[in-house]
Design a protein around this ligand. Structure first.
Ligand code: MG
Length: 385
């Protein structure tokens, strides 16, 4: 029987770095073993025809507890090295003659279907493709404890899994370079002369390696975010002479400016207060007193970032922001998406969790008479219990 797509889940590692008796891939995050989360991703994808898990011979019992009830072929035993384990897996599925194989680390349980589907699409075209992320830190080449030089990071990427290949090609490459102790399958493909394409990976698709990774994973499952808070913020600034207003971090041309100690960004001020309100940590004036010259003309993203950082320090997450800007002019509509993007960028929150609305007050009141702009915001924050 031939199939199209086979996945190999490498779960044979010992995970010593996390200490403890149980290898990390069998630890629970959010009440579910990491391996089970990983296997589920592939089970849910209709294009994947076969999922072969590779385990350590000592872990049969742990495997049964974690995924024994799922419809999977009998696990294959790994070898001394990761490379040997993958080769065992490739051999084990040879009867099925898959067209393509996706080799994935069991300790990456947050792979999303979009990346998996992109790989499935791309491997048909290029024959070898992996997800990777650009290196954003500056990289130093060290000799002992001294810096020798700075590496040009523009050429540096962090390889992730699943790594997708034409089955026959990667199987041959693995056989040919057996015992080379290469740390990923792409390295074996590269060594055998295959051209490996790269598609964007995701920060969420990280490998659980350290204690802090495990904590991050626990938080990502939302398991301990049961303390849900709602905060509300309101702000008003009056118009003065000027040629633009700053709303939601975006400069909008206007025949007036907004009067204020900082850049008078009513929208960001209202959101900042909403977040501070949700965690009951005062208001923007308390954190950034207008009496302090330090904040004169300040860009208000500083205030918003600070509020988000306080949530972070409580190990919480912002679930959503809903902002309403109230004015007759300028027109907000044309700038709405830019403002959403900007807020999403400032507090590193998914765009679908940032709402920006606008309304007039039908020429009534101070906003209606064009004396100033009001903004109101609601923020939902989730904290660990
Ligand atoms: Mg203000």
């Amino acid at each position: 029987m031939t199939i199209n797509n086979a996945a190999i889940i490498v779960a044979a590692g010992r995970g010593h770095r996390l200490g403890g008796e149980i290898p990390k891939q069998y630890l629970d995050v959010g009440g579910m073993p990491i391996l089970r989360r990983t296997v589920n991703i592939f089970l849910k994808n209709p294009s994947i025809d076969l999922i072969q898990v590779i385990i350590h011979p000592d872990d049969t019992e742990l495997y049964e507890l974690a995924v024994g009830d799922l419809d999977l072929p009998t696990p294959i035993h790994g070898g001394e090295t990761r490379q040997q384990s993958v080769l065992n897996g490739l051999e084990a599925i040879s009867d099925h003659m898959p067209e393509y194989v996706y080799i994935h680390d069991a300790a990456r349980p947050f792979l999303d279907q979009i990346i998996l589907n992109n790989l499935i699409e791309e491997v048909e075209l290029s024959g070898a493709v992996i997800p990777a992320l650009k290196v954003t830190d500056t990289i130093k080449y060290m000799t002992g404890d001294k810096i020798d030089s700075t590496i040009d990071r523009n050429y540096l990427f962090r390889a992730q899994t699943p790594q997708a290949f034409r089955y026959k090609a990667i199987f041959m490459a693995h056989r040919r370079f057996e015992n080379n102790e290469l740390t990923d399958d792409s390295a074996i493909a590269e060594k055998s002369g295959l051209k490996v394409r790269v598609i964007p990976g995701s920060e969420d698709n990280f490998k659980i390696t350290t204690e802090s990774d495990l904590k991050k994973a626990e938080i990502m499952t939302g398991n301990n975010y049961t303390d849900v808070r709602i905060g509300y913020g309101i702000d008003v600034h009056a118009f003065e002479d000027g040629d633009h207003v700053t709303l939601g971090g975006i400069k909008i041309p206007h025949d007036k400016g907004l009067k204020g100690h900082s850049d008078a960004d009513v929208a960001l001020h209202a959101i900042t207060d909403a977040i501070l309100g949700a965690i009951a940590m005062g208001d923007i004036g308390e954190h950034f007193p207008p009496s302090d010259d330090k904040w004169k003309g300040a860009s208000s993203d500083v205030f918003l970032k600070h509020a988000a950082k306080l949530v972070d320090e409580r190990e919480g997450v912002i679930a959503n922001i809903d902002l309403t800007i109230i004015c007759e002019a300028p027109k907000i509509g044309p700038h709405r998406d830019l403002i959403r993007d900007k807020i999403s960028e400032i507090i590193d929150l998914d765009i679908d969790r940032v709402s920006v609305k606008a309304t007039t007050t039908e020429r009534l009141g101070f906003t209606g008479k064009g004396e100033g702009i009001m903004a109101q915001a609601v923020a939902t924050v989730r904290l660990p219990e």
